[in-house]
Design a protein around this ligand. Structure first.
Ligand code: AMP
Length: 324
């Protein structure tokens, strides 16, 4: 995950929460990808701070440094090294078809667009392949990136012999695509024009409740006004999905409990807060001890390099590069 902007409910339900539940059954690697953040970094002195904040958030949500490897991408130079090899294994045409590039550049019309914004799926492929990852726990919007990673790995393996494990995207049953509370036809995103549709994990509880109370629903009333219908009632469906994700139910069964939008909004806000309150508290405690956070990140980088260096070497050897 990139250290740009605060972590929001979409990130949490789509990805982070599943990293925590998966850490005891999988050999988990989670990178804070500061090299990716360079694609949109134009001011000095900010990136280190946002990297520390994201590290605090990773541990606050429950990643355990004793079982999960949490590290900063630039502390593991193998990412840059394999990233270039991946850039040489993906085609211009493949990168041109990435919908995130189209979306991101559309939002930056008349602004500087770094070439890295175009090539970053190659660096991301390296991020994944370095760890022989079988599964990549992501939100729905990342599926295309995991697909291109597989395509790159298949091409590399075909050209140079068996080198990389082919990864698969793993998305959660509920919360894989959390939508904006103000525009439920577009995904919740930190780059939204207004903050009102995006619930941040460190939002004040009052702010969280306000955002839910103002969530866009519908104008029709009646006994079945609250029903799970993504196509025709996207705002209501989004609230039902969020509620289901945090309470461990299904959206349709949550809908059965309600006839009015107001009650659904309030209860969903409260259910979300029950999950976020302890996270926010831990986050501030952890942020108070930057020395300990830095130590944990150093340990993580060492563990990550042990694996990444072996994979990079294998790739270089299989290509036939002259050993240093
Ligand atoms: P990002 O910071 O946008 O790169 O996202 C980090 C992780 O959060 C990725 O795994 C995304 O798939 C996931 N994610 C981002 N936005 C959402 C959303 N609105 N709903 C569900 N998952 C999301």
């Amino acid at each position: 995950m990139q250290p740009t902007g605060d972590v929001h409910l979409g990130n949490y339900l789509g990805a982070l929460r599943n990293w925590v539940s998966g850490q005891h059954t999988c050999d988990a690697f989670h990178g804070i990808v500061d090299l990716h953040a360079l694609t949109v970094t134009e001011r000095p002195g900010v990136l280190g701070e946002t990297t520390m904040s994201l590290a605090a958030m990773f541990f606050a949500i429950g990643l355990d440094p004793d079982v999960s490897t949490v590290f900063v991408q630039s502390h593991v130079p193998e990412h840059s090294q394999l990233g270039w090899m991946m850039e040489c294994t993906v085609s211009y045409g493949e990168l041109s078809r990435m919908t995130q590039f189209k979306d991101k550049t559309a939002k930056r019309e008349n602004q500087f667009i770094a070439a890295g914004l175009f090539t970053y799926p190659a660096l991301q492929a390296g991020d994944i392949l370095l760890y022989d990852a079988n599964e990549v726990p992501v939100g729905d919007d990342q599926r295309q990136h995991i697909e291109i990673t597989r395509d790159i790995a298949i091409r590399f393996n075909h050209r140079f012999g068996d080198t990389f494990v082919l990864p698969e995207a793993v998305t959660p049953a509920a919360g894989a695509r959390v939508m904006s509370l103000q525009d439920p036809t577009s995904k919740m995103s930190k780059s939204d024009d207004s903050d009102a549709g995006c619930v941040f994990l460190i939002d004040d509880p009052k702010v969280v409740m306000k955002k839910f109370k103002r969530a866009v629903t519908d104008s029709d009333t009646g006994p079945d006004a609250v029903r799970y219908d993504r196509e025709n009632k996207p705002g209501v469906a989004n609230l039902l999905e969020i509620n289901a994700a945090v309470t461990g139910r299904t959206p349709a069964s949550v809908a059965d409990d309600y006839t009015q939008y107001g009650a659904l909004k309030v209860d969903t806000g409260e259910a979300v807060l029950a999950a976020l309150d302890p996270i926010r508290e831990r986050y501030y405690e952890l942020l108070d001890d930057p020395g300990e956070l830095s130590r944990l990140l150093r340990v993580g980088a060492e563990k990550a390099r042990e694996v990444a260096s072996v994979t990079l070497k294998r790739a270089q050897t299989n290509v036939g590069m002259l050993p240093a």
